[in-house]
Design a protein around this ligand. Structure first.
Ligand SMILES: Nc1nc2c(ncn2[C@@H]2O[C@H](COP(=O)(O)OP(=O)(O)OP(=O)(O)O)[C@@H](O)[C@H]2O)c(=O)[nH]1
Length: 671
């Protein structure tokens, strides 16, 4: 009967992940008496599995190294736990509704002992159990981890099964995906479960065992949607179709059509039902696929738990062989980085002298950094942080200030009126064509008052910026001494406050000086004044003599200005007013430039002084100040942060070294 059966379904396994050997359905001997994953255990594969197992034992995943793992996913009640049970020949919690509420890592290990050893591990606890009580023990452990309700938890539970007839195969069973929370489940149950599933199936090293119930349309399965997100082409997805007995019609078409693109292929199974023993269940499965009028048409290479078991073993072995070189590389890389980081941590200091030395080193290296970024324009230490490219940022700020200072102010009064008013107030008995110096100084003072705040604002902004820079440089260089960071930063802040005060005074002096004296040796002044004043005669003519009485007149450097309001003034007031306007305009341009120049030079000088001497002095003074509990002494106590960092790094190094040893044999063999 078997030989006459038409084989229709084709297998889609990739050549590297070849399927298990065929078995005759007529031969009753193939029904396993123990767990089904037995038979051909390849001696070449065994060392690979052992290596990964050792790495898993060492918990190398803690270091962010993913190991090849079979991850079982499926919609709720699709039969995930039943499949695992069938594979391992043990009872797991099964039923309607959510049973698996935490990631269950199932580690099957072949053992030569006739007595199975079974134990659970979770939250540093080891709970021995036996075949009859596994389900109960898992339920109890799940309640401890995820609470007794219906909630889920990300903390894994590991079930070790050391038993004759099972190979080293590690699978992770995850909670079934549910869209709608059932009674007592949190509202975000879907997000919680799907997040957990994604975390397990995302690594390229994971093999996705997608459990699909024959009773549903595969294209609507949430687990398919999720696995396709991380494995678009289905290269690392294998589908197990459960409940073949419940929905035999159309199953053949479903697995043949492969609407959901599963490259590693499908295996249709019938799990244990009710109180059947595993032996009975396997026999029933065998019988079902052999005799059922529809199911018997499916290719025998893709039906039954024994086929699934063989297939998984080969897929896992092949995945391990493929991933191991990369795992070895990652272990070495992570080990190197951890050793380097540990070496960078400061020594534990035994005396004040050592602490002082360490402090001087911090100050010295911070000072060097500041010198490079603030004075020399060398930002190689911070290539990607533009804020720390200080000379450029300071130049930007200066040029912005210069533009802002020299921006033409909006004229509040009409053309020449300020000058006329001041001249009128400064008039005295004397010849009319002399401009009183007091009038010129008065108008100059008016101009200075208008811009007075800008240089002060600028200098404050500059020091605020430098304070930020100093603070990040200090933080970087004292990273290993968090216990003194606040004192050093305080010293930096105090220093900037002092410098700011001095600078503001200095800047105000620079500005005030401009009020008192009108002086420049800049030839540009005479040139500009001569140019501007040459239009004086025609201007006066347009205001006073032009019969057309024009309302506007074009003045060089001012554009078309209104002149109609000036007709009521006498020429002996208009002429000096025009002259004074041209003088003050020519002079003011020079004053503004000189303010910018002075500030720029002053800034350079103060930054240099800050870095070269004040910085070091201020920090040392702060750190040895006994009022503050002696900052240097604080360095003797290792900060808890560094201590825990040191501990963590040491643990990582130990684990990575052990992992390196664990893979060494395999690496040597393959070299
Ligand atoms: N008839 C039949 N019933 C099955 C088969 N596989 C599983 N079941 C039943 O389907 C129900 C759900 O199976 P489980 O194995 O608990 O499903 P699960 O996906 O682990 O469930 P959750 O972890 O709660 O999402 C149980 O009552 C099983 O007995 C099968 O092949 N045939």
């Amino acid at each position: 009967m078997v030989s006459s059966k038409k084989k229709v379904a084709t297998k889609k396994t990739s050549p590297s992940l070849a399927i298990a050997k065929k078995k005759s359905r007529g031969n009753k001997d193939v029904v396993p008496v123990e767990a089904p994953i037995v038979s051909s255990y390849n001696d070449q594969i065994r060392p690979l599995l052992d290596t990964v197992d050792r790495l898993r034992n060492l918990n190398v995943m803690r270091e962010g190294i993913h190991l090849p793992t079979i991850v079982v996913v499926g919609d709720q009640s699709s039969g995930k736990s039943s499949v695992l049970e069938s594979l391992a020949g043990i009872s797991l919690p099964r039923g309607q509704g959510i049973c698996t509420r935490v990631p269950l890592v199932m580690r099957l290990q072949r053992s030569s002992s006739p007595e199975p050893e079974i134990w659970l591990e979770y939250s540093d606890k080891v709970v021995p159990t036996d075949e009859e009580h596994i389900a109960e023990a898992i339920r109890a452990a799940t309640d401890v981890i995820a609470g007794s309700g219906k909630g889920v938890s990300e903390a894994p539970l590991t079930l070790h099964v050391k038993k004759a007839g099972v190979p080293d195969l590690t699978m992770v069973d995850l909670p079934g995906i549910t869209r709608v929370p059932v009674n007592g489940q949190p509202e975000n149950i879907y997000e919680q479960i799907s997040g957990m599933i994604m975390e397990y199936i995302e690594p390229q090293e994971s093999i996705i065992l997608n459990v699909l119930s024959a009773t549903v349309d595969f294209t609507t399965c949430e687990s398919i949607r999720m696995s396709r997100k991380v494995d678009k082409t289905g290269q690392r997805t294998l589908a197990v179709v459960t409940k073949a007995d419940m929905a035999p019609e159309g199953l053949l078409q479903k697995v043949t059509a492969d609407d959901v693109s599963i490259v590693l292929g499908y295996v249709c199974v019938r799990n244990r039902i009710g109180e059947e023993t595993y032996e009975e269940a396997r026999m029933q499965e065998e019988l079902l696929f052999k005799t059922h009028p529809v199911l018997s048409l499916i290719d025998e290479d893709i039906v039954g738990i024994p086929v699934l078991a063989q297939k998984l073993m080969l897929i896992q072995a092949s995945m391990i062989a493929r991933c191991l070189p990369n795992i070895v590389r990652k272990i070495n890389q992570k080990l190197d980085t951890a050793v380097l980081e540990l070496n960078k941590l400061p020594m534990v200091m035994a005396s004040t002298g050592e602490a002082l030395m360490a402090l001087m080193n911090i100050i010295g290296s911070a000072k060097e950094s500041l010198l490079r970024i603030l004075v020399q324009g060398d930002f190689s230490e911070y290539p990607d942080d533009q804020n720390m490219h200080c000379t450029a940022r300071l130049a930007d700020m200066l040029s912005q200030f210069s533009d802002n200072l020299q921006a033409k102010p909006k004229d509040v009064s009409e053309f020449l009126m300020d000058e006329i008013k001041i001249l009128d107030e400064c008039k005295c008995v004397g010849l009319p064509n002399f401009i009183p110096r007091s009038a010129f100084l008065a108008i100059l003072s008016q101009h200075v008052d208008e811009i007075h705040d800008k240089p002060v604002e600028f200098i404050n902004k500059i020091w605020d910026y430098i304070e930020d820079v100093i603070s990040s440089v200090i933080a970087k260089h004292s990273d290993n001494f968090p216990q003194i960071q606040s004192s050093i930063k305080r010293a930096g802040r105090n220093l900037i406050t002092k410098i700011k005060e001095q600078s503001v005074n200095r800047v105000m002096e620079i500005v005030e000086m401009e009020k008192l004296t009108d002086y420049t040796c800049n030839p540009g002044y005479m040139k500009s004044w001569t140019q501007k004043t040459s239009a004086q005669e025609s201007f006066i003519d347009a205001v006073l003599n032009n019969g057309n009485k024009p309302d506007y007149f074009s003045v060089n450097g001012f554009g078309n200005v209104k002149i109609s309001h000036l007709r009521k003034y006498h020429a002996h007031l208009l002429i000096p007013a025009f002259d004074m306007k041209m003088r003050i305009t020519s002079y003011w341009t020079i004053v503004l430039r000189s303010i910018v120049d002075n500030l720029a030079l002053y800034l350079q000088l103060s930054v240099k002084q800050l870095v070269n001497s004040q910085f070091q002095k201020e920090i040392v003074a702060e750190m040895v100040d006994p009022r503050d509990g002696g900052g240097v002494e604080k360095m003797l106590e290792e900060s808890p942060l560094v201590a825990s960092k040191r501990e963590k790094l040491k643990n990582s190094i130990k684990l990575l070294k052990e992992s390196k040893d664990a893979v060494a044999a395999i690496v040597d063999q393959n070299c």
